[in-house]
Design a protein. Structure first.
Lengths: 476, 326
């Protein structure tokens, strides 16, 4: 008897189907992976379960009882708990207040908040995850990104006598966690499983899913492609199921290599035409700041032939309420208007259409609002925007973060195509295999300075990590 | 348990986009039925547009800053200030061709000050323009000496402008209406057809992404606030011309109505963005209510309450259907 059973879940946004008849069963006492590329429909399915999005059709049953979920409160009552991908916290409130956000605070004399009990409840929730280093009274804003994520996650483990938890739904919970923190979370998930409750787990990290989860359901284009045990399947099989084709190399092959001509130079760093220089380093070592200082005044930078893909696509890269073409032409309006003054929307749309094809954008058309696109396609819009001015130097800050396998490969291919046309690329990434697979040379940053530049050819991940920690590449 | 909810969602979508417009039509039908022969006449509509010309001009300017996600509380007192400035200059013997541009420059400079505080100093628009609201208002009292300036000081031609019009068949289009129309056309072209407007909308959608895309955010904010100040000064001149006098409080009602009109209008767009044509509908809703209720001899205080309630209903209706589940 499945714990959660979904039948024929459909949903369309503005006529474009996001889910076309999804069936899904999660057994009691299992960790069930929900896999698929960005845009496959995972997020929509989760939002339907959470009562945030209304399905067009759906029949949902929990423990064989048919239920309807019309609001987040319904979802709670039916024993569903959620950890969403977006880190939505209130920075001005305390850790405990964030954990109990949306719940009824414990009261004293019916009016006053009982802070002691509140903090105690929050501490218990944190301890479920084995977290003792976070004070529930601390202001959220003072916490590191990883700690904030832990707080967010622990709110799902808050005790609730009225509606005991049955199923934990987690969307990319480890995205901002360190390895140790992730391990601690996995231990808790195994505990959940042992107690007969279940986890629906969404992640792009295939290795993580392979070791953690029991079964998986793969979605592609809004339909379930396959569902079954993970034990009898390989990493590559799973990827092939997700993207619907065989996987070859993870990175497209390099072309003829960089030319001798210098495209960009500053003290301690020179990038040649057609070269990809990777920027490695532990997080917060000044990589983003380096790109920003090269960018300088953005207005001047764009016109002088620099293209920029910022780290945070939603807050820095896109005006999500506007159509695709207006996002793509925003830095290039001067050139794509009459005299820099009069808009020529039809020509803008043709321009955006062409760039959209270059980056293999999947969208209804250049007029579609960016908000409606999946994460991978949104990132392709950011790329199209950066490439629109035929820049000689492309600055990429974590360009594939939160992007699925298929879209990642597309982005890598675009980067390769651009270098083949003589573009110079600076690639900041915390994904070491990506740096080694894509870059010609890698510059390592510590404390805001480039400490060393090495050739990426034959470099091992371990050696690169050693350099990031300030040890020699050969150190054990 | 399949749930056919498509019909309900389409209805919600319709209400979100066209609810305010439908409300406007209902108001029109109501007054046409209750006031046969006097409401739906060309003359009454020309009256309405003339009465609304000041508000239309201010609301157009307000739309410009609200597109960026900012707003300007000082427009009303700027309208008063420009009115008394032009009247005082007249009393010094300045001719119309010199006094009118001078008053408009006061508006431009006042707007520039707002823009500088918001974009260069980084003060919240609410606080910055609240400060200039009192400053401009105080300045209007200082300049006028607290008196109404009227009579001899005002050149006849200045007052006659507002009474004049352009003959068109059996009726005459009031000059004030024509000025408002011209301001609306220019503002619409600016917002919808130029890179300036596109960039303002981008700033309103995401200021950080716009800055990183090379949009000159500070310069555009300065410019936008200056235009808003200019439009407020223009409205003050229209008002002074219409009553052939100026006193230091006569523009004070404009600010709240202008913001209300933009909000009413923005309920008509899917993303809640201010749009000029929608603002015009917003102004018309306020004006038609005022006109119709006056003709029905509804007490002016009751009118105020009704207008407030309608604003709440429109904005609530639209934000409820937006926060409702997508």
């Amino acid at each position: 008897m499945p714990l959660l059973s979904l039948r024929n879940v459909t949903k369309a946004y503005a006529g474009i189907p996001a889910l076309r008849g999804v069936d899904l069963d999660v057994a009691a006492g299992e960790i069930h992976a929900l896999m698929g590329e960005n845009g496959a429909g995972k997020s929509t399915l989760i939002k339907i379960l959470a009562g945030v999005v209304a399905p067009d059709t759906a029949s949902i049953s929990i423990d064989d009882r048919p239920v309807t979920i019309d609001s987040p409160a319904d979802a709670r009552r039916h024993g569903l708990r959620f950890i969403h991908q977006e880190l939505s916290v209130v920075p001005a409130l305390s850790v405990a207040e964030n954990i109990l956000l949306g719940r009824v605070y414990p009261r004293r004399a019916g009016v006053f908040v009982d802070w002691r009990t509140l903090n105690g409840l929050a501490r218990d929730a944190l301890e479920t995850l084995g977290i003792t280093h976070i004070d529930p009274r601390e202001t959220m804003a003072r916490l590191s990104l990883g700690d904030r994520m832990l707080v967010k996650i622990s709110s799902a483990f808050l005790a609730d006598a009225g509606a005991p938890a049955r199923l934990y739904v987690m969307d990319e919970p480890t995205a901002a966690l360190t390895r140790d923190e992730s391990e601690r979370l996995f231990k808790v998930l195994h505990g959940i499983k042992a107690s007969g409750n279940s986890v629906l787990y969404v992640s792009h990290r295939i290795d993580e899913v392979m070791t953690l989860c029991d079964r998986a359901t793969v979605l592609r284009d809004g339909k379930p492609i396959d569902s079954g045990l993970l034990s009898g399947i390989t990493h590559d099989d799973l990827v092939a199921l997700m993207i619907g084709r065989k996987v070859g190399e993870a990175y497209p092959p390099a072309g003829t290599g960089p030319s001798a001509e210098i495209a960009y130079e500053r003290p301690g760093l020179a990038v040649r035409k057609g070269e990809i220089v990777g920027i490695a380093g532990l997080s917060g070592m000044g990589q983003t700041e380096l790109l920003r200082s090269i960018l300088g005044n953005p207005g001047k930078a764009w016109t002088s032939g620099i293209g920029y893909v910022p780290k945070e696509r939603r807050s820095e890269g896109l005006v999500t309420t506007r159509p695709i073409y207006q996002n793509i032409t925003l830095p290039h309006l001067q050139a794509h208007s009459l005299g820099g003054t009069w808009l020529t929307p039809r020509r803008e749309r043709q321009f955006a259409q062409r760039l959209g094809e270059d980056v293999r954008l999947r969208a209804a058309g250049p007029r579609q609002i960016v908000l409606e696109l999946s994460g991978g396609n949104q990132q392709k819009v950011v790329f199209a925007k950066a490439l629109g001015g035929e820049p000689r130097l492309l600055l990429l800050d974590e360009p594939t973060r939160g992007v699925d396998v298929g879209a990642k490969f597309d982005l890598y291919t675009i980067i390769r195509d651009m270098t083949a046309r003589g573009m110079a690329v600076l690639l900041v990434s915390s994904d070491l295999p990506e740096l080694i697979g894509m870059a010609d040379r890698i510059a390592v940053m510590r404390d805001g300075e480039i400490t060393t530049i090495v050739s990426a050819k034959g470099l091992s991940e371990e050696a690169l990590l050693n350099l990031c920690y300030g040890r020699s590449a050969a150190a054990a | 348990m399949l749930r056919p909810i498509r019909g309900g969602r389409l209805m919600g979508r319709f209400l979100r986009r066209y609810g305010t417009l439908a409300g406007f039509v209902l108001i029109l039908i109501f007054f046409s039925v209750r006031l046969p022969g006097t409401f739906m006449t060309a003359q009454n509509w020309l009256n309405i547009t003339q009465q609304l010309s000041m508000l239309l001009v201010v609301a157009a300017g307000m739309t410009i800053v609200m597109v960026m996600g900012d707003f300007d509380l000082s427009v009303g007192s700027m309208a008063s200030l420009s009115g008394v400035v032009v009247a005082v200059l007249f009393s010094f013997g300045w001719p119309i061709w010199a006094a009118v541009p001078a008053a408009l420059i006061v508006g431009l400079v006042g707007g520039l000050i707002n823009g500088a505080m918001v974009s260069l100093v980084g003060i919240l628009p609410f606080v910055a323009t609240l400060a200039t609201l009192t400053i401009f208002s105080g300045a209007a009292f200082v300049v006028s000496g607290g008196r109404t300036i009227s009579g001899r000081a005002i050149p006849d031609a200045f007052g006659e402008f507002a009474r004049g019009g352009m003959p068109l068949g059996p009726v005459s289009i009031p000059n004030l209406t024509l000025v408002a129309l011209a301001v609306l056309i220019v503002t619409w072209v600016l917002l919808e057809q130029t890179t300036f407007g596109r960039r303002l909308y981008a700033i309103g959608g995401n200021i950080e992404a716009s800055y990183l895309s090379g949009v000159p955010v500070r310069r555009l904010k300065l410019l936008a606030f200056s235009l808003t100040g200019l439009s407020a000064a223009g409205a003050g001149l229209l008002y002074a011309s219409r009553v052939a006098s100026a006193n230091p409080t006569q523009g004070s009602g404009l600010m709240l109505n202008a913001i209300a009109a933009v909000f009413l209008g923005s309920t008509m767009s899917e993303q809640g963005e201010p749009r000029l044509l929608a603002t015009v509908i917003g102004v018309l809703i306020l004006g038609v209510l005022d006109n119709g209720l006056t003709q029905l001899s509804v007490d002016s205080y009751v009118r105020q309450i009704l207008v407030g309630v309608i604003i709440v209903i429109a904005v609530a209706g639209s934000s409820l259907s937006k926060t409702a589940r997508r």
